[in-house]
Design a protein around this ligand. Sequence first.
Ligand code: SF4
Ligand code: SF4
Length: 338
Amino acid sequence: MQNPNKLTARTVDFKPGERNVFLHLLTQCNLTCCHCYINPEQHGTAILSKETVFDWLQLFARPEQASNLVLLGGEPTLHPDLAEIIRAAKALRYAVTVDSNGFLFHNFLERVQPDELDFLSFSLDGPEAAINDPIRGEGVFAVCTENLRKAVKLGFRTSLICTVSALNIEHLHRMPALLAELGVRRFFIQVIGLRGKSASASNSLQVDPAQWLEVVPEIAQQAAQLGIHVTYPKVFLEPEETFSCAGLVAENYFVFPNGRVYQCPLCEDYPIHSFLVENKQLIRRVGLNEDRFFSLHIPEGCVMNKLLQPDNIDCLPDGQPKHRISCCMLKQEIAVVI
Ligand code: SF4
Ligand code: SF4
């Protein structure tokens, strides 16, 4: 085990000029995870043609500026032209990540070279099938871990996303050892949101804030001590920390197959997107849309959280919030300094 004194923990502020494009190539998926946030009614059911994807990549590209591109879905490896799309994105100087559920359709590992992709990300919600599969589906743990091993062996840089909910938080402590054994380099711990299916699954999936604070930072430290780079949402701000909304200070585009482009992921279940892609142009929409909320200042921090998830704000007897809720895009990062 590495020396814990060499760990660095920091809050990853929105870097000036950083651009992140989250491009949903399709909404179809072979799985039916119980916390899935994909909402075909709001996001469309089309599979973007590769020609359309090439146009949209061009539209969001700033070759003079570093831009991160995350290709996702649904399950992005169901797209028959994903390998070509990755090559086109690299030619436009995007740093490219593919977020897969681990099934890697269309012989993905044979059609893409490890150096063509910055990260191949897998989703796993438990350290064994008995925890993961009730959340993500029967047999998913075996397929995902087998493909992850293959990818690592071939030389792909891999990351893993674990969505923490009431169903798996008690087993999170076993994830770091599994990741180290699999050879995963980066670990993203995600908090269950109130979007898509988890919004309608009553409160049975939600994590109690006190439990999150007690468990997640500690597990993140443990994973970092194994040499894994760990990122998890900040969620609560300390009194001395400044609140800022990524919608105002960063460039994030969440792009869906029906052309909707959101700046805030919390808004994705509502037709309040800031932009629309139409005729190969990014059009800013007028009216009462998400961007009108970003500049509102409230004691609770994030305005959309207050509107959509008021239950996760604890109040003091005088009605003031106990904690301010940070922007959901604000991350805490822990890594070992070599
Ligand atoms: S793998 Fe992703 S897109 Fe597919 S059902 Fe699960 S959460 Fe939804
Ligand atoms: S999560 Fe809140 S703070 Fe972050 S972009 Fe959305 S509205 Fe702004």
